[in-house]
Design a protein around this ligand. Structure first.
Ligand code: NAP
Length: 239
């Protein structure tokens, strides 16, 4: 069994996931990274080892596939024996007018943004309940509380994530397992910057801001649960 606390971060090849990996490595966690792009993860993992002497494990997985969630959880549990913190961060945004979103794009968002979260969390929760300790973090979006133009598919998945998370929180708090859901506004990552009408980077959060909010929820006193966290830029510059 790994003697450090273990965090498993999905979507760890770039963006918010990469910032989370760095924050948890700097706090002494053993960091399991997963995404499809193995090369990017290995470069990040090597940097974490160099900068923080972090123990890292990279597991390539396509969370659009049902079987990959189980394979991923098994790989981490086999290597390190436990997951103390699971961060469901991987996500897909197809921001387009309602009539332009294809069935495949809708399915991809449903598969990665909600089905994979459900399935992966099912694999990790039994160990947490047994140890009476653990934290599940879900990275939702303010689009999971308020709809927006172009967000018919994405917002639907993030509202679903909130319903999942609120229900799970009610089930698991008696076992000392925290369920925390984070609702960021616009963050300067590829998810949003590849959209033609993305906000000015100066008006957006940085990935590290979300990582710090997540770490605050993990490190708060054992009796407390920050169940939902909204995070938005303080004073966004108007275009
Ligand atoms: N950026 C924002 O403005 C914003 C705002 C609110 C919430 N969020 C949420 O924050 C989370 C992270 O987004 P981000 O902004 O960091 O986006 P990003 O830079 O596009 O990163 C998304 C991550 O998800 C992974 N991913 C995508 N599809 C996957 C799949 N099928 N299987 C496995 N991994 C997959 C990607 O890795 P690979 O491509 O290597 O697989 C990548 O590491 C998402 O849940 C997003 O909805 C973002």
């Amino acid at each position: 069994m790994m003697n450090k606390p273990v965090v498993l971060i999905t979507g760890a090849s770039r963006g918010i996931g990469a910032a989370l990996a760095e924050k948890f490595a700097s706090e002494g966690y053993a960091v399991a990274l997963t995404a499809r792009d193995m090369e990017k993860m290995q470069i990040l993992a090597a940097n974490l080892t160099k900068s923080y002497k972090a123990e890292t494990l990279c597991v390539p997985a396509d969370l659009g596939k049902v079987e990959d969630a189980e394979r991923l959880a098994n790989a981490v549990l086999k290597e390190w024996g436990k997951v103390d913190v699971l961060i469901n961060n991987a996500g897909i945004l197809h921001a387009r007018p309602f009539l332009e979103i294809s069935a495949d794009e809708l399915q991809e968002m449903l598969d990665v943004n909600i089905r994979a979260v459900f399935l992966l969390t099912q694999k990790v929760v039994p160990g947490m309940v047994e140890r009476k300790d653990g934290t599940i973090i879900n990275i939702a979006s303010l689009g999971g509380k308020n709809g927006f133009k172009g967000g018919t598919g994405y917002s639907a998945t993030k509202f679903a994530l909130r319903g999942f998370a609120q229900s799970l929180m009610q089930e698991l708090r008696k076992d000392n397992v925290r369920v925390v859901t984070v609702f960021p506004g616009s963050v300067d990552t590829r998810l949003i910057s590849r959209n033609p009408d993305a906000p000015d980077p100066a008006s957006m959060l940085q990935a590290v801001d979300v990582a710090h909010a997540v770490y605050a929820a993990v490190s708060v006193d054992a009796r407390a649960l920050m169940s939902e966290i909204d995070i938005r830029p303080l004073n966004p510059v108007k275009k």
